[in-house]
Design a protein around this ligand. Structure first.
Ligand code: SAM
Length: 209
């Protein structure tokens, strides 16, 4: 996602009630903080459409948005302005440090929506479904925990199917054209809408640990 650098973003973030500046502070306590039994983490939330919609649609569940780009995170939080809900928070950091913010088994669902595909072989390790990430997800997910991935990118989806398999995740559901039917239970992301408008099929997989 390309967004020009927004000079106001850095000062704006800490003023937002949903913004978490030090996620380590809540390690092991996220459910208590959000007053929920079920905890979702979306990695790479972009401008926050999915995080906002899903936290409104499922107010009894907890929703953590994670986006590493400061300007993009600020745009996400701008959309949430004046709509404070105590079941959602937003972190502006890199997913490489997930281990430091969540206790083992603390997460119930990890959402990967239109993650950067990193097509070049030399960048394989940066993909959010590369095995080192999957090993961390496995550790942080509860016993019934799952990862839900949506993408338009065939190569990334093929790569991910193999990585999940090799990391002993169990494929529970797979869609090769998820939006062919209506799915009101699942919000449409900003990228998803773009690809749907281009008639591009949306792949979706759900994996259990
Ligand atoms: C292609 S965009 C998709 C945004 C949104 N999920 C959607 O579907 O519209 C991917 C986003 O993931 C973020 N991202 C990529 N790698 C990340 C990481 N390691 N940690 C946190 N965010 C990341 C990028 O900055 C970008 O905003």
């Amino acid at each position: 996602m390309r967004v020009r650098n927004l000079p106001w973003a850095k000062d704006y973030l800490p003023l937002q009630p949903s913004y978490i500046s030090d996620p380590q502070e809540y390690k092991g306590k996220w459910k208590e903080k959000l007053h929920v039994q079920t905890l979702h983490l979306e990695i790479g939330s972009g401008k926050g459409d999915y995080w906002l919609s899903m936290s409104e649609q499922y107010p009894d569940e907890g929703w953590i948005g994670l986006e590493r780009n400061t300007s993009i995170a600020a745009l996400a939080l701008k959309k949430a302005e004046g709509k404070f809900q105590n079941n959602r928070v937003f972190i502006c950091q890199d997913a490489k440090d997930l281990n430091e913010w969540f206790e083992e088994g603390e997460l119930d669902v990890i959402h990967l929506n239109f993650s950067d595909p990193w097509p070049k072989k030399r960048n394989t390790k940066r993909r959010l479904t590369y095995r080192t990430f999957l090993e961390v997800y496995r550790k942080l997910l509860s016993d019934q925990g799952k990862v839900i991935m949506k993408t338009d990118n065939t190569k990334l989806f093929e790569f991910s199917l193999i990585e999940f398999q090799n990391c002993n995740f169990h494929l529970e559901e797979v869609y090769l054209d998820f939006r062919k039917e209506d799915h009101p239970e699942d919000a449409i992301t900003e990228y998803e809408l773009k690809f749907m408008n281009q008639n591009h099929p949306i792949y979706r997989g759900i994996w259990h640990k």
